[in-house]
Design a protein around this ligand. Structure first.
Ligand code: INI
Length: 155
């Protein structure tokens, strides 16, 4: 008989760190709003959410690491928007942020989720920040909540 294990979407009792980039804040403010709203709608408490602002997405892993190692949070949610310019600058940022965040999940054992929009234009970013392609902040928050509860069952 198969035993199926999954994490419920219940944020009650959990504490959340959110790290968000100020670069492209027209977009990232919408991601934070989506993240906080998602936590509260899933039974979480907004007094158990800390939001740390960093200059740009490149700085996200450093602040996320400090939060993840502090022992104060059930999960850390990383939010940013890297929009392709006329150079390859964005590629360096994207690869460092993604691998930095993945490294933190392995190192700390808590969910550190990736809510960084990577796209070609401001229009595509708006679509992913509450527009027609959803909200990356909501997605990263649901992943964090699900993983918190899954990990409780796997331990
Ligand atoms: N930071 C972003 O979050 N998004 C971008 O699109 C972006 N671009 O395109 O340059 C960006 N750059 C800043 C970078 O993240 C660092 O803050 C900066 O390089 C200082 O370390």
């Amino acid at each position: 008989m198969t035993r199926t294990i999954f994490g419920e979407l219940n944020a009650a009792g959990s504490t959340f760190g959110i790290v968000v980039s100020r670069f492209n804040d027209l977009i990232t403010r919408r991601l934070v709003d989506g993240a906080v709203d998602t936590i509260v709608r899933h039974g979480g408490d907004d007094s158990k959410i800390d939001v740390a602002w960093v200059p740009g997405s490149f700085e996200i892993p450093l602040a996320a690491g400090a939060m993840a190692r502090s022992g104060r949070y059930s999960a850390v949610i990383c939010l940013g928007a890297v929009i392709q310019g006329s150079t390859s600058h964005h590629e360096y940022i994207n690869s460092q942020v993604a691998s930095g965040i993945m490294g933190l999940t392995r190192e700390t054992g808590i969910p550190v989720t990736f809510g960084v929009i990577t796209c070609e234009s401001m229009e595509q970013a708006l679509d992913r920040a509450g527009g027609k392609v959803g909200n990356k902040g909501v997605e990263a928050t649901l992943a964090a909540i699900e993983m918190i509860n899954l990990l409780k069952k796997l331990k």
